[in-house]
Design a protein around this ligand. Structure first.
Ligand code: SF4
Ligand code: SF4
Length: 96
């Protein structure tokens, strides 16, 4: 699944990356692969900004603004029993 093009807040610093592979294990959308001892972002538009990669990278190589966007909208919708909405859809309408 891909989200809106070019809006993901995912940032990756290859200089800090040790190639440990943790990001490839925790990412639910397969955004990262490891090749030649470095992580690579395969497609940042697949990122749902869940924050799992940043939280699990012990080398501070990843930044992402979690708690916003599609992941937060889906979780908030589940908690409140309403439709997911991060305001990217039609006014007052559902998205994700
Ligand atoms: S978890 Fe961090 S250090 Fe490990 S491969 Fe991913 S970006 Fe690199
Ligand atoms: S924020 Fe979540 S979906 Fe995006 S790259 Fe990190 S683990 Fe994958």
């Amino acid at each position: 699944m891909r989200y809106l093009s070019g809006v993901s807040t995912l940032q990756y610093d290859s200089n800090r990356c040790t190639g440990c592979g943790m990001c490839t294990e925790v990412c639910p959308h397969g955004v990262f692969i490891v090749a030649n001892a470095k992580a690579l972002v395969t497609d940042s538009d697949r990122c749902m900004e869940c924050g799992a990669c940043e939280n699990n990278c012990a080398f501070d190589a990843i930044r992402v603004s979690s708690g916003v966007g599609c992941a937060a909208a889906i979780i908030n919708g589940m908690i409140t029993g309403g439709e997911p909405s991060c305001d990217c859809g039609p006014k007052g309408g559902a998205c994700c």
